[in-house]
Design a binder for this molecule. Sequence first.
Ligand code: UDP
Ligand code: MG
Length: 324
Amino acid sequence: MENSENTTPAKPFYDGLLSVIVPCKNEVEAIPVFYGEFKKVMQGMGSPKYELIFVEDGSTDGTLDLLRRMSKEDPSVRFISFSRNFGKEAAMYAGLKSARGDYVTIMDVDLQDPPSLLPDMFSAIISEGYDSVASRRCTRCGEPPMRTHAARLFYKILNSLSDLKFKEGARDYRLMTRRVLDAILGLEEYNRFIKGMYEWVGFKTKWIDYENVPRSAGETKWSNFGLLVYSLNALTSFSTVPLVMAALVGIALCALSGLGIIFVIIRQLLEPGSSQWGWPSMVCIMLFLSGMQLFCLGVLGHYMSKIYLETKRRPAYIVRETSE
Ligand code: UDP
Ligand code: MG
């Protein structure tokens, strides 16, 4: 696969093929900007071999038409188009499965995962012997402050509940060798959370920090509610501690009620008739306890719904059209 704009005579930065997976939902404005920037970076790296795999995730704008055109004009561009919107996790999975490269990376199309980090990432793999190079935003400027606080809180809770350690600001963007990719493809679960999978498979990983970059064009696809659901899924995908906590809360409340019963008996013995006092506090206690029960049921239900979805063995996505 030779790139037509091969203008830089320098020796290619790496041998072999790089697969770049780019999930896209309604990104007709951002794709051309990404394509131009990515090719510039590749030229700067001595025009090594690459394939760009755009995964079109149920777009309603002209994204698919644009990708059809691009794949005709440039042999290093491929696309996979879904039958509807399946979400970014499914799009990344489809891309990873179809990647043919010796090296693989996933990038957002809005340039928030800067392609300019690629030379440093390759150096770490080729010269320093790492298996994968992960990226992490060290700042979140340009993002609503509430989202930043919520994200911080999420990582704190996730890290305290899971055996795996998640870095705050970690991106889906990372460069990995075929060995790491094959390990990730070995995880065939339906409820996918790729950041957790990266941590779960392990391997020697280097972290690169970078400043947050605002979106190049178009708009974010995430609503606050969408992010909340995503966070809950992430939490329960890589930790069963909430289930243990529900049981512990139950035990603690039983112990507390035991103490309460002893208190009521002693008071009744010391002051006959006093056990009729305090029905308003009784109502509060009952409300609290029913609340806790519903909460624990909710936690249980959430895990159960995940088992339910896994047992159906439905595919994570359905492909409607591909470039070849
Ligand atoms: N995306 C996708 N499917 C979705 C939502 C998003 O493929 O259902 C893609 C989107 O086109 C972009 C990337 O995922 O390339 C990240 O999305 P976005 O920039 O909206 O997220 P943010 O950076 O705001 O977290
Ligand atoms: Mg973005």
